[in-house]
Design a binder for this molecule. Structure first.
Ligand SMILES: [Zn+2]
Ligand SMILES: [Zn+2]
Length: 258
């Protein structure tokens, strides 16, 4: 399996997962024009996409869908029922949906797909696990706290895309309104750097080869802080051989094969 980020952060999220004969997008938060540009820079085209799976209905995860769907109406859209309804209401795309039940495994082509509920202030947010042969991809972003189900999923990962949203000190000293600070740091907000590192320590995934830190706050985090927290966790686990990357908002990442 392979994974690549086209964008990660509060201004737009879109990952590509290639495996089992499929090229899936996880979320569609970039404008179709920007997504097309970034895909072209990576040698792929939106017309290669065989499906889009959605984590939740916030605009940084679905804002690009209306134009994408108008241009590529045959590409199936996967979400649980509440998320599909909420995205349909938010952006006006009400056809093309394949609705799944959270935590009930299904298949897209040769890829096994499972989902787990995550605490976040959206309609019915989920994280994803994709499986093909010995490869297991964990995707968990936009989570206020780790849950038992998320930890179990992370423990099986060979590659993990894990939120490392903010540094608590930078968040509290930022000029953001108190209500927003409380939302971000709260149970239905976003994982901090240390929460992400603790999540990895607790899950201790034995077969992990790569960690991709995702959804960093542009104002309340810095790449070196997120990286340092996760490096400490990997060192504590004796796993300094794991590839550690920070995903960016403005540029596609490298392609990771695992
Ligand atoms: Zn988000
Ligand atoms: Zn969100």
């Amino acid at each position: 399996m392979k994974v690549r980020s086209f964008a990660s952060g509060s201004k737009g999220n879109c990952l590509a997962v290639r495996g089992g004969g499929e090229l899936l997008l996880v979320d569609c938060g970039l404008s179709c024009r920007e997504l097309t540009k970034r895909m072209a820079a990576c040698g792929v085209s939106p017309s290669d996409v065989t499906g889009i799976v959605f984590t939740h209905d916030h605009s940084d995860h679905c804002a690009g869908l209306p134009t994408f769907h108008r241009k590529y109406p045959e590409v199936p859209l996967y979400a649980n029922g509440n998320t599909a309804d909420a995205i349909a209401a938010a952006v006006g795309v009400d056809d093309g949906w394949c609705v799944f039940e959270t935590a009930e495994p299904f298949e897209i082509g040769g890829l096994g797909v499972n989902t787990f509920s995550i605490p976040h202030d959206a309609a019915d947010p989920v994280g994803y696990v994709f499986e093909e042969a010995e490869s297991t991809l964990f995707i968990g972003t936009d989570m206020g706290v780790m849950t038992v189900a998320a930890r179990e999923a992370l423990s099986r990962a060979t590659c993990a895309v894990l939120e490392s949203n903010h540094d608590p000190v930078l968040l509290q000293t930022s000029d953001r309104p108190l209500s927003l600070k409380q939302r971000i740091a709260g149970r239905c907000g976003h994982l901090s750097n240390d929460q992400a590192a603790d999540a990895l320590r607790e899950a201790n995934p034995q077969k992990l080869t790569a960690v991709l830190l995702a959804h960093l706050s542009s104002q309340c985090n810095a790449d070196y802080l997120a990286r340092a927290s996760m490096e400490r966790a990997l060192r504590d686990l004796g796993r300094t051989n794991v590839n550690l990357t920070v995903l960016g908002q403005d540029v596609p990442s490298a392609c990771y094969e695992f």
